[in-house]
Design a protein around this ligand. Structure first.
Ligand code: SF4
Length: 464
């Protein structure tokens, strides 16, 4: 479904700007339990090996590189700040052991159609280390031609020459962490990267034929104002990346220690944040971007926008994707994986991660075996978030439930949202409206059983 709305009124943004998860998984990662551990993960992998999934569906890989040279004050990621690049040597050795544990169970040569290197800062690794990592992965897995192979790039850690290495190693998608081009904002968050540097890198990446270039932006940062952010928006439109991810900064200093370095008085107030959000939507839509959903925009001919038009969008831990739902192996400290009807997460500290691998065990410390209800609700949430519509019959056939009675309470809530123009309900199913697409997270939250009783929603970043 293609949204045709060009401007979302501020009062709607304000009304639906409630706290909520991003639904890169359902149930969300905060529901994982320690009762699910390394042995459960090994069992899920063994089941994959014996099941049809191993033959039919390719794998997705996520590799977490936790190191960063310097601290961005808004950071909420799992990272290790260090200038000691030799720490990468040991880390790569342990990553290799973790991969070996996998191939011992599922065999070498499993097809991979999607790889994402995230962090931290993946480009903390030098060219030789990146090559070593990719060689190791290619020895263990079979990378399908035409797959999505992406890497997060910190513009401060890379020059035009390094782009050649990334292209040569098979990466075809780059994601640049920009956040804001304004020098005062960059200084306030301790991440100074001149706009000219980013423009030069993006230009060089285009010349080298990278298929898709993404830029991450954040609004709500210290020293930002709607007027200053307008200038950044204009620069981003001039840069014209294929994809834009626009996130709201959630100031949670009690939870994320680096954020304590941000002076609260420098933060824009709620009204200014709403204004930045609404101006961003207007700026990107009028520049011809398609609103893919949940903070993401893409140029009309980008694969993500095409998939959206064709109802082929999917969602995984990296956000929206064109790749069909497949099992995801998460490698590295704190990584999350999804195998069959399970989720798992690795140890969050290096010591613990190394310790598990020294014992020859998967470094999984928590996870979840999904119940039938979880799987059903996941299907409903993903249908709303990816296709913008849901046919009762298709859910009923796949999950053997009577939709209207199983979800009677949820449909009651949706009827209220229908009056506000977010959805259309009829006998056959639910259709998200063009306007509702901008609030699809709020619609998904209606079906989140865990959230319905949750009193700690403030933990999550703001919706949209
Ligand atoms: S925002 Fe990214 S680059 Fe900055 S400290 Fe966090 S993980 Fe590192």
């Amino acid at each position: 479904m293609q949204p045709t709305v060009e401007r979302i009124p501020d009062d709607l943004l304000r009304r639906f700007d409630v706290a909520g998860p991003r639904y890169t998984s359902y149930p969300t990662a905060d529901r994982f339990v320690e009762a699910f551990g390394a042995d459960d993960y090994a069992q899920a992998l063994a089941q994959r090996r014996s099941g049809a999934a191993a033959l039919a569906l390719p794998l997705s890989l996520y590799v977490h590189i936790p190191f960063c040279e310097s601290l961005c004050y808004y950071c909420a990621c799992n990272k290790i700040i260090t200038k000691h690049h030799d720490r990468a040597t040991a880390y790569l050795r342990y990553l290799s052991r973790e991969v070996d544990l996998h191939t011992a169970l599922i065999g070498r040569g499993q097809t991979v159609s999607q790889l994402h290197l995230g962090g931290g800062t993946p480009t903390f690794l030098n060219d030789g280390e990146l090559r070593e990592l990719m060689d190791m992965l290619r020895r263990s897995f079979n990378f399908a031609p035409g797959g999505e192979y992406s890497i997060e790039v910190d513009p401060r850690t890379i020059d035009v020459k390094r782009l050649d290495t990334l292209a040569e190693l098979g990466f075809n998608r780059l994601s640049f962490g920009v956040q804001d081009f304004d020098p005062a904002v960059q200084k306030a968050v301790h991440r100074v990267q001149p706009a000219e540097q980013v423009f030069a890198l993006v230009e060089a990446a285009r010349v080298r034929g990278f298929e898709s270039i993404n830029v991450d932006l954040i609004y709500g940062l210290p020293q930002q104002s709607p007027e200053s952010f307008d200038r950044t928006l204009a620069q981003v439109n001039q840069l014209r990346p294929d994809r834009i991810a626009l996130y709201a900064y959630a100031h949670l200093p009690e939870r994320f220690k680096p954020q304590r370095r941000i002076a609260t008085v420098e933060l824009p107030n709620a009204a200014a944040k709403v204004s930045m959000q609404s101006r961003s939507l207007a700026a990107f839509l009028s520049a011809g971007y398609v609103y893919v959903g949940m903070d993401h925009f893409a140029l009309p001919d980008d694969a993500l926008a095409v998939a959206k038009r064709q109802g082929r969008l999917h969602r995984n831990f990296q956000g929206y994707s064109t790749q069909p739902d497949c099992d995801l192996i998460g490698l590295g400290v704190s990584s999350i994986g999804r195998i069959g009807a399970t989720y798992s997460q690795n140890a969050k500290t290096l010591d613990e991660y190394y310790d598990f691998l020294d014992q020859g065990r998967f470094p999984v410390v928590r996870g979840l075996a999904l119940t039938r209800d979880d799987i059903l609700r996941r299907a409903v949430i993903m249908a709303l978030m990816c296709q913008g519509q849901l046919l009762y019959e298709s859910i009923e056939l796949a999950h053997l439930v009577d939709f209207k009675s199983y979800f009677a309470a949820e449909l009651g809530t949706l009827r209220e949202m229908a009056q506000q123009g977010m959805v259309v309900l009829d006998d056959a199913g639910i259709q998200v409206t063009a306007q509702g697409w901008f609030f699809v997270r709020a619609l998904a939250m209606v079906f989140d059983r865990h959230l319905q009783t949750d009193r700690t929603r403030a933990r999550f970043s703001k919706i949209i």
